[in-house]
Write a protein that binds this ligand. Structure first.
Ligand SMILES: Nc1ncnc2c1ncn2[C@@H]1O[C@H](COP(=O)(O)OP(=O)(O)O)[C@@H](O)[C@H]1O
Ligand SMILES: [Mg+2]
Length: 477
């Protein structure tokens, strides 16, 4: 999947399979979600039944209905102190289900995915990593009314003047910005520091922006829809021309998470002297947020919530490969689940009976200690048949903009049935590259055939290994 997100301009003929460039807000974490971009929700009817395919989800009806019940429980606040555990073979849609649950809970709900093994760090305590994830999954929606200038940029001219200090160079003395709304236009004369902010936000004529009147902070809302183009896939967000006057009071909504607040307060920017500057350079690695700091942050947040300025939005923590956690983490997880401000917790694993990490003799189902299992609502995901794999492959091909020749879908589905759903989906990108190499814009059956000569699926590879565990009976060399 990674190769497809490269800049389209570098690979001219095959660029049609390029995903839209990641938006500015996406970070390393969102790339883990990209293979699930076709999943829009659980696809349940109003009475909680799963249609055979809905919201990008194919089959897996029992698990989807079960997750729907969990969503209802969360919404009616009856899920606290519990967790949802998804169990099933690799590639059966556990991650996809977790993502769908978070979609069902609301659009701006924070989703914080992590993998069990992420807790093992030499710098930060295991429990601290868990605690941080939980904090990052609790959103805070802050509403403020501010005086702003808002509109579509019609003009952006920096005015230059002789630099009084250096004699030769020129500096920007002020910048003229024209803003347009449905009701009128206004020309603003702004300070050069605001011009820097404008450059940083990459604002050009035709963008809708607002400037906060008393801080001068500039924010780009999106591109005016008068400039909307007819591309099918685009990363740009188009917004209508703002209504009302240019200069007005506007309710601004900001979404942050408790984790953001903790981090911002753990590394305060204060201090002008050289020592504090040096100190902040050295401490820029990961440092722990203390419990005391969290309590302070909680107190401030509670104040805001009581005043009605902010609203708490509990999100979802998703811990994949949960069997990788050890016994210390599990007991801590129990405690976190009971804390008053806990997000919805979804765990996933593909293990059967396994040793609980960190113990020598406790074997437990899914490698999860029974006291935590006891708090879990366990949902099992099933394997897929050929038809269902075919449908998902078609969905992904549409999302990635790939054209499939006749018989290709059946062939990939067949491979998927032999290997796994994930193997089938992973065939798509290399096959499209092969097709591109032979100058076709469409994947044909022969590309898939060639793929099979080049690569092995997990099961084939496993059967190739001889009885004594070596390739070719250990006679490789
Ligand atoms: N029922 C389904 N409908 C649509 N896509 C699915 C379905 N099940 C799995 N997928 C897709 O198959 C791929 C593998 O699924 P994933 O959720 O990562 O499996 P797991 O986490 O169980 O190993 C993902 O791209 C996922 O979006
Ligand atoms: Mg997964």
């Amino acid at each position: 999947m990674k190769a497809t997100s490269a800049t389209p301009s570098t690979s001219a003929p095959v660029a049609h399979n390029a995903l839209p460039p990641p938006s500015a807000t996406s970070n390393a974490r969102s790339s883990r979600i990209a293979p699930h971009s076709h999943i829009k929700g659980l696809g349940l009817t109003s009475d909680g039944l799963a249609a055979p395919d809905g919201a990008g989800f194919i089959g897996q009806t029992n698990a989807r209905e079960a997750c729907g019940v969990a969503v209802d429980l969360v919404k009616s606040r009856k899920f606290s102190g519990r967790a949802l555990l998804l169990v099933g073979a690799p590639g059966t849609g556990k991650t996809a289900l977790a993502l769908a649950v978070s979609h069902e809970l609301g659009t701006k709900v924070p989703f914080c995915p992590m993998v069990g093994s992420e807790v093992y760090s030499t710098e930060v305590k295991k429990t601290e990593v868990l605690a941080e994830s939980f904090r990052r999954a609790i959103g805070l929606r802050i509403k403020e009314t501010k005086e702003v200038y808002e509109g579509e940029v019609t003009e952006l001219t920096p005015a230059e003047s002789e630099n009084p200090l250096s004699g030769y160079g020129k500096t920007v003395s002020h910048v003229i910005v024209g803003l347009k709304t449905v009701k009128g236009t206004k020309q603003l004369r702004l300070d050069p520091t605001i011009y820097e902010a404008i450059l940083k936000e990459k604002i050009v004529v035709g963008d809708v922006i607002y400037v906060e009147a008393n801080t001068g902070a500039v924010k780009r809302v999106g591109r005016s829809d008068a400039y909307a183009s007819s591309y099918d896939l685009e990363s740009e967000t188009y917004v209508p021309l703002p209504k009302g006057d240019v200069h007005k009071r506007k309710e601004l909504v900001q979404d942050v998470t408790l984790g953001d607040l903790d981090a911002a307060n753990a590394r305060p920017q204060g201090g002008q002297d050289i020592m504090s500057v040096m100190g902040s350079l050295v401490k820029s690695g990961r440092t722990e947020v203390t419990d005391k700091l969290r309590r302070e942050v909680n107190k401030v947040v509670k104040g805001y919530v009581d005043q009605g300025v902010a609203e708490v939005v509990p999100g979802v923590v998703f811990i994949d490969e949960v069997h990788m956690l050890d016994i210390e983490c599990f007991t801590y997880l129990n405690a976190l689940l009971e804390s008053p401000m806990a997000p919805t917790v979804i765990l996933a694993t593909n293990r059967g009976n396994a040793l609980v990490r960190g113990t020598t003799d406790i074997v437990s189902p899914h490698g999860v200690p029974v006291d935590l299992l006891d708090r879990c609502l366990i949902v099992k995901t099933d394997g897929y048949n050929r038809e269902q794999i075919g449908k998902v492959v078609q969905l992904r091909a549409n999302v990635e903009g790939l054209k499939l020749g006749s018989g290709v879908l059946e062939r990939i589905a067949e491979e998927g049935e032999r290997g796994s759903m994930r193997y089938a989906l992973q065939l798509l990108t290399p096959a499209s590259i092969l097709a591109g190499l032979s100058g076709r814009s469409q994947i044909e059956v022969e590309d898939i055939g060639e793929m099979n000569e080049l690569f092995l699926d997990a099961k084939t590879s496993a059967t190739n290994i001889g009885a004594d565990g070596g390739f070719d009976g250990g006679k490789m060399w």
